[in-house]
Design a protein around this ligand. Structure first.
Ligand code: SER
Length: 871
């Protein structure tokens, strides 16, 4: 059975059981600070489990893209080495939100596997939770045990511990006991040797878990205690790639049709075969896995970058490049060439891949190129380290520096050293790594207390589209302590006019005031799932009373100008550059806006002007805001709204229209485009290959911008003696400057020539060597010229020249090659040693070297001791 058919059979099975089939949510979730990526099928539905929101249908099924590369569930380092772990995988899941429970979940799972997919029940094992006598003190799941007994003989029902049979999403959140279904696909002979029973959960590649049925009934709180959930739920997750392995009768996920087309393409490109050499196989598995993770992430709007989720994506891609570089001899970009096959294979089930193919290819290619440059550079540095290494061990500190500063991977260092017959001090490396981890942990340490609930009211209403002021009551609060911000309080109200950071727009600031006139400032507003959280340095005095909550009007208004302008800018770019332009990110602040979009070349001055004019024409056109709230996504799209990434099932949307610009947007906007007053682009540049960034300003900021520019213009004109044509006058000045520089250069050369004659007369014979140590009034280049010119006339020179330039000291040492050879003197060593007098260091070649330092006062001392080298 083809993988496509397996996926659709799963979905249609649950559709028949009255489940709504929904598309996969994006892997990077909006508004969930506890998760970097969706790591299991249930993550997008967390709010339904916690009872903070209600789904339209309390039965849902889907195939969710999951990424297990960070946090509690992290499989990254295993990927490639075995045949059944992945970074990105599809999780087939069915959910009941307070509807059916264990009985149906177990019966349907059994029916699907054994009757629809016809898996032989003699290759199946199931597990149930055995209970725990630790702090949680949980009973064995006898209910599940009894249910399974109806389908499978008891010797195939295994009891499992908390690690395997109590599923938790993360440090906090919904959890519960679970039953896993495992398959044993070994040969009859193998089975005769060891029973499958003994291999369940033992990391055997052919005895693997395929499906996990979680019976959600608790919430793990920040204080680690378990609290029963208001309703019981079902969360199941089946590994799609593993199911394909079983149904396609192969022994490895990589031998299913999910991976084979990618693997064939890698073989073609690299001229290596899969299945002959374990090292090559690992590399091929790593690359075929990682290209999927990276391509899907980029399609979901997460570009590789230096921080957060983007950094994780960059690391995954770099891991793939490294394996290609080391084991497949690929020294030029090639991973981007696999995107074509991937999009052909999966583009129907995941249209975002097809739609963004070109961009994904460009981004991956550029990332590959830049990392390959890093590897090249790293190799040079590593060779230098090897040359300097006296024994056969390279210090962990140096290898760590290579890794930390230049991004050169440790295992590659170890491998190269191994090939050169050297060893890496692994322990030293680990110590340095640990030190760095401790440093960053200390910097980001944060503790979050549990919520203190004052009123059990989870339906916090946002009223800030219509008003900036409202009478509110505090429903819960908690304290968060971090190194960065110290103690902060997070507060939730029954309703709020404060807009929470989201959709690129910053959160509102403002204040709370009670009837006694006591005021608490709200410093920021953020969302955690559906809950709007207000940040303050302290709690209000009378927490049980009601407050007037007031949003900072000025900041909100300026932010709104920038937000509406962002929509108009998006429309303008598609109009001026073409409809390939897609939003790739935005930041809407009160002072400026930033907009990232796909486009493949630098914008010309004319294009920028056209875009500005387009936006300003709509501002002058006084277009009113037309807003539709809480409508289904499909309705908005039918109206002509552009669908952006980031929506998931259950999200109703808000459509914002200004003239022909219609977007799905939760942000706040001006009532009329004329409120913006004016729009001005201040910069345009590249962020990544194929992604450009525009920064722009509106309203007051434009006035300030023109005012400042005008002031600078008049100041410049003043400096140019009120020239009629200041640009021309400036050009003249520049030309004059260039010619003066040339004259100075010639004069300095002449001066150096004269100095040379003087210096020659000052040479002193010390033991047959012409010696001179002297401070000169020349720059580094001048000194070098003088030294080399003298060098061409003598073959027994030892010169130490010093100079002081801009408060810094420079020592230059020249030793004739003959003296270097005869006396074993080395200019590099001389300057390194004398460098201590000027508090600096340097190096170079044995016959010429320089050192810089920050203590010019030490020059005399250095010159004085130079002669000692000749004794
Ligand atoms: N949440 C469970 C898991 O990830 C079942 O979907 O295994």
């Amino acid at each position: 059975m083809k993988s496509q058919d397996i996926r659709s059979k799963f979905l249609s099975f649950f559709e028949e059981k009255k489940h709504s089939i929904v598309p996969s949510a994006p892997m990077v979730l909006k508004n969930d600070p506890t998760l970097m990526f969706v790591n299991s099928g249930m993550a997008p539905f967390k709010e339904y489990f916690l009872g903070n929101a209600q789904p339209k249908n309390n039965r849902i099924a889907d195939s969710q893209k999951c990424l297990r590369v960070s946090g509690k569930h992290n499989d990254l380092e295993e990927v490639g080495y075995d045949t059944y772990h992945h970074t990105l995988f599809e999780m087939l899941g069915n959910w009941s939100f307070g509807d059916y429970f264990k009985k149906e979940a177990i019966a349907w799972a059994w029916e699907l596997l054994t009757e629809v997919f016809n898996i032989d029940k003699d290759i199946l094992y199931v597990t149930v939770f055995e209970g725990s006598d630790d702090v949680d003190n949980l009973d064995m799941d006898t209910e599940a045990y009894d249910l399974w007994k109806q389908f499978i003989s008891e010797d195939r029902i295994l009891k499992g511990n908390k690690k395997d049979n109590f599923w938790e999403m993360g440090e906090q959140g919904p959890c519960g006991p679970c039953s896993e279904i495992h398959v044993d696909i070994r040969s009859v002979e193998e089975k005769a040797k060891v029973s499958g029973k003994d291999l369940v959960n033992m990391d055997h590649p052919q005895v693997v878990e395929i499906w996990n049925l979680v019976f959600m009934q608790y919430n793990r709180k920040a204080n680690k205690s378990l609290e029963p959930l208001p309703n019981k739920h079902i969360d199941t997750g089946m590994g799609f790639e593993r199911l394909c392995m079983v149904l396609q009768g192969v022994q490895s996920n990589y031998d299913t049709d999910v991976f084979t087309p990618i693997i064939r393409e890698i073989e073609t490109i690299t001229n290596k075969s899969y299945g002959k050499d374990e090292k090559i196989d690992i590399a091929i598995r790593v690359i075929s896995d990682h290209v999927r993770a990276v391509a899907f992430s980029i399609a979901d709007g997460q570009l590789p970058s230096n921080t957060g989720a983007g950094y994780v994506i960059r690391r995954i891609l770099r891991r793939a490049v490294r394996y290609g570089f080391t084991f497949l001899d690929k020294k030029e970009p090639f991973i981007y060439r696999l995107v074509e096959v991937l999009s052909n294979k999966m583009g129907d089930a995941f249209p975002e891949l097809k739609a963004q193919k070109q961009l994904i290819e460009n981004v991956i290619k550029e990332e590959e190129q830049s990392f390959l440059r890093t590897l090249d550079q790293g190799l040079i540095l590593l060779n230098r380290i090897v040359e300097e290494t006296k024994d056969d061990i390279v210090s962990g500190e140096k290898a760590f520096e290579l890794y930390d500063t230049y991004g050169f991977p440790k295992d590659l260092t170890a491998l190269i050293l191994f090939e050169k017959g050297l060893k890496l001090d692994e322990e030293g490396f680990e110590t340095e790594l640990q030190k760095q981890k401790n440093r960053s942990r200390a910097a980001s340490e944060m503790s979050t207390d549990d919520w203190i609930v004052l009123v059990n009211d989870t339906d916090e209403e946002f009223v800030g589209y219509d008003t900036l002021e409202a009478q509110v009551k505090l429903t819960r609060y908690r304290k968060v302590t971090s190194k960065k911000d110290g103690e902060m309080y997070q507060m939730v109200f029954n309703l709020t006019p404060f807009y929470a950071e989201g959709g690129g727009q910053v959160g509102d600031k403002g204040y709370l005031e009670d009837a006694h006139g006591d005021v608490v400032y709200i410093l920021d507003t953020k969302k955690e799932n559906n809950v709007i959280i207000h940040f303050a340095k302290n709690l209000p005095k009378h927490i049980n009373e009601s407050f007037k909550a007031v949003v900072d009007e000025k900041q909100r208004y300026r932010t709104e100008c920038n937000h509406t302008a962002t929509h108009l800018l998006h429309q303008a770019l598609r109009e001026v550059l073409g409809t390939h332009v897609e939003q790739k990110g935005s930041a809407v602040h009160s002072k400026y806006l930033r907009f990232d979009f796909s486009h493949f070349s630098k914008m010309t001055v004319e294009e920028l002007r056209d875009v500005e004019n387009f936006v300003n024409a709509r501002i002058e056109g006084k277009l009113p805001l037309i807003e539709k709230r809480n409508i289904p996504k499909e309705e908005a799209i039918a109206d002509g709204a552009m669908s952006l990434f980031g929506e998931k099932y259950g999200d109703t949307v808000r459509a914002i229209r200004f003239g022909q610009s219609i977007e799905l947007c939760g942000g706040t906007h001006v009532k009329n485009t004329s409120d913006i007053w004016h729009f001005k682009i201040v910069s345009e540049g590249a962020v990544a290959s194929g992604i450009r960034r525009i920064e722009a300003i509106t309203n007051d900021a434009v006035k300030d911008f023109y005012f400042e520019n005008n002031r600078a213009y008049f100041e410049m004109k003043d400096l140019l003696n009120n020239a009629k044509e200041p640009v021309k006058a400036l050009q003249n000045l520049q030309d004059e400057n260039t010619s003066l520089k040339k004259q100075i250069e010639t004069l300095l050369k002449d001066k150096a020539k004269n100095i040379k004659v003087e210096l020659k007369a000052e040479l002193e014979d010390v033991n047959g060597i012409q010696f001179l140590a002297k401070k000169l009034d020349l720059d580094a280049g001048g000194i070098k010229d003088v030294a080399f010119e003298l060098g061409s006339q003598f073959n027994n020179l030892f010169l130490l020249f010093a100079t002081e330039q801009k408060g810094k000291a420079l020592l230059s040492c020249y030793i004739s090659k003959e003296i270097v050879a005869e006396k074993g003197l080395n200019a590099g060593q001389v300057v390194r040693e004398l460098g201590k007098y000027i508090q600096g260091g340097g190096g170079g070649q044995p016959f010429f070297a320089t050192a810089g330092g920050k203590k010019p006062k030490g020059i005399d001392e250095a010159l004085k001791v130079a002669k000692d080298y000749l004794k």
